[in-house]
Design a protein around this ligand. Sequence first.
Ligand SMILES: *Cc1c(COP(=O)(O)O)cnc(C)c1O
Length: 478
Amino acid sequence: MTDPTPGRSADDVLRELDELRQDDLPTHGGRTLAYVYDSGVAEADELGRRALAMFGATNGLDPTAFPSLLRMESDLVATARDMFHGGPAMVGSVTSGGTESILLAVKTARDAHPEIADPVIVVPSTIHAAFHKACHYFGVERVSVPVDPSTFRADPSAIAVALDQHHGRVVLVAVSTPSYAHGVVDPVAEVAAITRPRGIRLHVDACIGGWVLPWADVAAPWDFAVEGVTSLSADLHKYAYAPKGVSLLLHADPSLRRDQFFASADWPGYTMLNATVQSTRSGGPLAAAWSVVRYFGDAGYARLVRSALDGTRELVEGVGRVDHLRVLAEPDSTLVAIATDGTCDVFTISDLMLERGWFVQPQMAFGDSPATVHVSLSAATAPAVPDFLAALAESVVEAVERGPVQVDEALRAAAEAIDPSTLDDAAFDGLLQVAGLAGEGGSIGLPEQMAPVNALLDVAPPRLREALLVAFLDRLSR
Ligand SMILES: *Cc1c(COP(=O)(O)O)cnc(C)c1O
C-alpha cells in the first residue's frame, strides 16, 4: 500500500471550499433569478447558517431521542396552520423539499386506496414535474389535462371530464398556487367543487407560493379555507428564505396522513418508523427554517412579500415597455414568464443576461406555451429591478441584431425522427456532440454559449430532450 494521504488543515480545506465556490452562481446579491431565494437580510442568513450547523449532527430518525426536533416541527406546523387556514385537526410533516412533499402526497393518496389496482392522478399540464416523478416512482398513471390557453390556469371542466373518464381509479387531483412555469394561481375552489362531491383528494401545490400568498392580496381562497382541500405542500427553502433542504407537507386531518407513514419490524435491528422518505435525516434544515421563520415573524414576511410583489409589478410594467418582449401571463405572485415576438429568442437573451451578471432561467416551448425566460423575484432583487430592466433591454437589442438561433433543418428533422429508446451509449455520445453538450473526444462540459444547445433541445420532442439530458448527466458524473 502507498502512504496514506495526510489530512489537511482546516484552514486549507476552507480555502479549497472558497475556491470551489468561485464558479457557482451567486446565492446572494439578488441577481440570480431562479434556484435561489434571497431575503437580502444578512442577519437572517447568518442565523440560518448557525442553526444549520448547530443541528447538523442531530437525527430526526427518532423524535423521542431528539425532542427538540419534534418540538420545532410542531411549531412550524402550527405556524402553517394559521397561515393556510387549517382546522384544529390539520397535521403536517417537515420534509427535505418540495419534491419529497409531493412524492409523499401522491404515495399517501395511492396507498389510501389499496383496492384500486391501477391508480390515476389528474393534474393540469402545468403541474410541477415532481408529480411526474411521483407517478414514475410509485406506479401511478398521470392524466394531464390542458389548461386555459389564455390564462394558463387549470381548467376545472377539463378536470371534471378526466375524472369521469377515469371513474373509480382517481386517487388524487392536484393544482398549483402558483404554477412554476407561468406564476398563476389555479382556481382551487372551482376544482374542489368537482373533487369534493366525488370524494377525491385535492392537493394544493403551494411549494413556491406558500410563503408569499398569505401576505398577498389573492382574490379567492386557495388553501385549507377551501373545503375539499385535503393536502398542501409549502417549501420553506424558497420564500421563507431558509437554507436549502426543508419543506412542509400538510394534511387536513390525521386520517388523510395515515398512509404516509412507514414502519418495519421485519428485521433484527430497530423497528424502522418513518414519517417521510428519509430515515436518518439531519435536524439542521429544520432548525434553520424554524429559526428564520421566528426571526422574520408575520411582520417580517409581510414586508418581504410586499417588496418582492412591488418588484414583480415594476418588472411586469417594465417588460411591457421593452420592444419584442411580452409577459406571457399576468402573474399572481412573484414569478414571471417572458416571451419574445420571434425577432429574437429567449435562449440568446438568457446568455446575454448572464454576460451582464444576471441569471435568468430559459424555459422550453411546451404545448400552447412558447419558450420563455423565467424569473423568480425575491425581496433582494426588488430594488435592482431598474438595473435588471436596463440589462434586459440591452440584451434584447443585441439578441435582435443576432436574430434567433437557427437550428439546422436536417438536425431538426433528425431530432423529430429519433426514438430515444433505440439509442445505445455510442449513439448518445454522438448526439451529445451534435447538440454541443460534449466536445471532441467526448469530453463533457457546457459551452460558453448555451443558446445553440437550448435552441436544439427546444425543437427536440420532450422524450428525446429527457433522454439527451439524462445521458449528459450520466457522463458529467462518471
Ligand atoms: C420548487 C417547486 C416544487 C419542487 O420543489 P423542490 O424543492 O425543488 O423539490 C414543486 N412545485 C412547485 C410549484 C415548485 O415551485
